[in-house]
Write a protein that binds this ligand. Structure first.
Ligand SMILES: [Mg+2]
Length: 239
């Protein structure tokens, strides 16, 4: 049976609609750096560098290195001139975005249960972000790294692909020392959390809103439903 459970974060463990959260995040960040980079430069360059990072397919360097090589020269600064500013942003401003998220009560039960049952637990969040804001969102979700010794929390510093590529999941398998059939991926994003892992033979449980049907019947699913449905389903697994 499964030896490892890979959990997406946003809209899986934590209610955090990217349609609302992401524009707010970009707005806060844009204002925070506006004294150094004008918004009409910052926003398009951030978008472009993020797209380049999303094209990172595991054949080269880390997502952070791809982002840095693309972003910093385009805005005319060295990384060491801007990185401390971004770090301050994540410490001072990013916490304000918590109000746009809601805790899901099942998240902590689920993570506690998985550790008690001896599963390896990995947080498989799309590695666009540094580890600090990922760890903050885990805290918002009630499952902080200070309480749980995760086998892996993916972030842009350490990963060499984004979820758009099966390479992201291959890297997780390598880091966990697991075969695909030993892993279960749980997430809400069909093209990030279901299609790439299933293409490698990793089982996937699709977290959907109540009543949503899978968009493609030809993709085999371990199951689908809300996080509460998953919590019920996973309790019936053999250890
Ligand atoms: Mg998600």
């Amino acid at each position: 049976m499964f030896k490892a459970i890979l959990l997406d974060l946003d809209d899986t463990l934590l209610s955090c609609s990217m349609d609302i959260f992401f524009p707010a995040y970009i707005g806060y960040l844009t204002r925070y750096v506006a004294h150094m980079i004008p918004p009409e430069v910052f926003v398009p360059e951030l978008t472009r560098a993020t797209r380049e990072m999303d094209a990172n397919d595991g054949t080269g360097t880390t997502n952070e290195a791809v982002f840095s090589a693309s972003f910093y020269p385009a805005v005319g600064y060295e990384p060491d001139e801007l990185v401390p500013l971004f770090e301050r942003f994540y410490a001072e401003e990013f916490p304000k975005l918590r109000a746009l998220t809601q805790r899901r009560p099942e998240a902590r039960f689920l993570v506690e249960w998985a550790f008690e049952r001896g599963y390896q637990v990995a947080i498989a969040t799309n590695p666009f972000f540094p580890s600090f804001p990922v760890e903050q969102r885990l805290e918002w979700a009630g499952v902080p790294v200070t309480d749980f010794d995760y086998a892996l929390v993916t972030s842009y510093e350490t990963m060499h692909a984004t979820k758009a590529h099966p390479a992201y999941y291959r890297e997780i398998l390598a880091r966990l020392g697991r075969q695909p059939h030993e892993c279960l991926m749980v997430g809400d994003h069909w093209d990030w959390d279901v299609v790439p892992p299933v293409s490698l033979g990793i089982s996937a449980y699709w977290i959907a809103s109540d009543g949503d049907a899978p968009p493609d019947d030809s993709v085999p699913l371990a199951g689908h439903g809300t996080l509460a449905d998953f919590w019920e389903w996973v309790g019936q697994l053999d250890p």
